[in-house]
Design a protein around this ligand. Structure first.
Ligand code: CTP
Length: 402
C-alpha cells in the first residue's frame, strides 16, 4: 500500500469538478494517507471548508499569510513535510500560475516550495483545454517534472462534449500510487543514456533530410529515469522541447554527431535508443546554398549513416549492461522488430506501429510491444509518459542474462 502513512496535500482549484475532490479525499484517507487540503479562493465557491475539514480530519487551509500558521513559515513547512501533492481539479488558471512560478496564494506558494512529486488532474471546458496557452502551460509543467492524470473526454457541465473532464477519483488514486512507486528510486545509482528526436542531415546550409519525430517519447523516458533516481544523459536531435529537469542534455544535429555524443557519454549502465536517426545523408554536403539553374534539378547520392544502436550494442568495451532499441514500423511490426533485435544486438526492443492513421508520431500516446529473445509482451495503449514509467519499472526488474 504505497499511500499508507504518506503525507498527501490535496489542492482544490475553482472548478465544477471540485465536488469530486471530496470523494478523492475520502479514498486517499481509506488507503491510509494523511490528507491536508488547500482550497484556492475560487474553490470555496464550489466546496465548503467545513466539508473538506470533516472529510480530511484536518482544518482546511485557505490563506497564505494566515496569522495562526505563518509565524514559522507554515507554507514552507507544509511543502517540505509532504510526500505528494495532488492538484484536483487543476484549472486552466491554476496551471498557468504553476507554469509561470507564481506564489501569490497558499496553493501556488506550496507548489513552488515543494520538492515532492506533484500530480495534476486537469479539468476545464474543452476549448480552454485545447487553447495553445493551456497546452503550452501543460507541457511546461510536464517538463518541470509534474505528472498528470487525464483530462478525460466525455460529457461536461456545459452542454458540450470533448476533452476536459477531470479524471475520476479512483483513477487519480491509482495515478498517485503509480507516481509514488515510480519515484521510489527504482534506478538510484544507475547511469542511463537516452537518445531522442530526429536527426537532420544537411544538404546545404539551409536544407536538410529529416523526419517527423517530435522527441516526446525519448524526453519522457529521460524524465522518468531521472525521477527514478538515475543519473541521466539525453542526447537529443533537433526538437521543440525544453530540457527536462535534472537531466544532462547534449543537443546534436546529425547522425554522426549523435554517435559521437553517445560514445562520449559512455560508460553507462543502461542505454535506450529512442531517436529516429535519419538512415541516409547526402554523400557531399554543399557549403553554399544550391541554386536553381533552370536546367535539370540536382541529383543527390545518398550514403548510409552509422547505426548508433548497433554500434553501441556490439562494443567490446563499455557495452552498457542493458541496451534497449525501438522499432518504428508501419507493417509486419513484430516480424521486423524480431529481425532488428537480432541484427542490432540489443537486449530488447520496444516496437510500435507508426502508420499515420495511428497518430503515434508526434502524438501523445504510444502502443508498445516489448520484443525479447523469449517472446513478446503487449502493453496497452497509453500516454508516452506512462510508457516511460512502465519502461523504468521494467528496467528496474530486468535481469541481464549471462
Ligand atoms: N537507430 C540508430 N541509428 C540508426 C538507425 C536506427 O541508433 N542509424 C536505432 C533507433 O534509435 C531505434 C532502432 O535503431 O532504436 C530502430 O530504428 P528504426 O528506425 O525502427 O529502424 P532502422 O534501423 O532505421 O531500420 P528501417 O529504417 O529499415 O526500418
Amino acid at each position: 500500500m504505497t499511500l499508507t502513512n504518506r503525507a498527501v496535500i490535496v489542492i482544490i482549484g475553482g472548478g465544477i469538478a471540485a465536488y469530486k475532490s471530496l470523494d478523492l479525499i475520502r479514498r486517499l484517507k481509506k488507503r491510509g494517507a494523511g490528507v491536508r487540503v488547500i482550497l484556492t479562493e475560487a474553490a470555496t465557491a464550489f466546496v465548503t471548508p467545513l466539508s473538506v475539514s470533516a472529510l480530511s480530519g484536518n482544518r482546511a487551509l485557505l490563506r497564505l499569510l494566515d496569522a495562526e500558521s505563518e509565524p514559522d513559515s507554515g507554507h514552507i513547512r507544509l511543502a517540505y513535510s509532504s510526500d505528494l501533492i495532488v492538484v484536483a481539479p487543476a484549472t486552466a488558471d491554476l496551471m498557468a500560475r504553476m507554469a509561470t512560478g507564481r506564489a501569490d496564494d497558499l496553493a501556488t506558494a506550496v507548489l513552488l516550495a515543494a520538492t515532492c512529486p506533484i500530480l495534476i488532474a486537469p479539468a476545464m471546458n474543452p476549448a480552454m483545454w485545447q487553447h495553445p496557452a493551456t497546452q503550452r502551460n501543460f507541457w511546461r509543467l510536464m517538463d518541470d517534472g509534474v505528472e498528470a492524470v487525464g483530462p478525460n473526454s466525455g460529457a461536461m457541465a456545459e452542454p458540450e462534449q470533448g476533452v476536459g473532464r477531470m479524471a475520476e477519483p479512483p483513477e487519480i488514486v491509482a495515478a498517485a500510487e503509480n507516481l509514488l512507486k515510480s519515484r521510489s528510486a527504482l534506478l538510484a545509482g544507475k547511469k542511463v543514456l537516452v537518445t531522442a528526436g530526429p536527426t537532420y542531415e544537411a544538404i546545404d546550409p539551409v536544407r536538410f533530410l529529416g523526419n517527423r519525430s517530435s522527441g516526446k517519447q525519448g524526453y519522457a523516458i529521460a524524465r522518468a529515469a531521472a525521477a527514478a533516481g538515475a543519473d541521466v544523459t539525453l542526447v537529443s536531435g533537433p526538437t521543440a522541447l525544453a530540457d527536462p529537469r535534472d537531466v544532462r542534455v547534449d543537443r546534436v544535429e546529425s547522425a554522426r554527431e549523435m554517435l559521437a555524443a553517445v560514445l562520449a557519454a559512455l560508460p553507462v549502465d543502461i542505454a535506450v535508443f529512442c531517436a529516429a536517426v535519419a538512415d541516409w545523408r547526402v554523400d557531399v554536403e554543399s557549403d553554399h546554398k544550391i541554386k536553381k539553374t533552370g536546367e535539370s534539378p540536382p541529383v543527390f547520392t545518398l550514403v548510409e549513416n552509422p547505426d548508433i544502436l548497433s554500434t553501441v550494442a556490439h562494443l567490446e568495451e563499455n557495452r552498457p549492461k542493458i541496451v534497449v532499441g525501438f522499432a518504428a514500423e508501419t507493417d509486419y511490426v513484430l516480424k521486423h522488430a524480431r529481425e532488428k533485435l537480432l541484427k542490432k544486438g540489443c537486449d530488447f526492443i520496444l516496437a510500435n506501429d507508426v502508420s499515420p492513421e495511428r497518430g503515434i508520431m508526434g502524438g501523445d500516446n504510444n502502443s508498445i510491444h516489448v520484443v525479447t529473445a523469449e517472446g513478446v509482451t503487449d502493453w496497452p495503449l497509453m500516454a508516452k509518459d506512462d510508457v516511460a514509467r512502465h519502461l523504468v519499472a521494467y528496467l528496474a526488474e530486468y535481469r541481464v542474462k549471462d
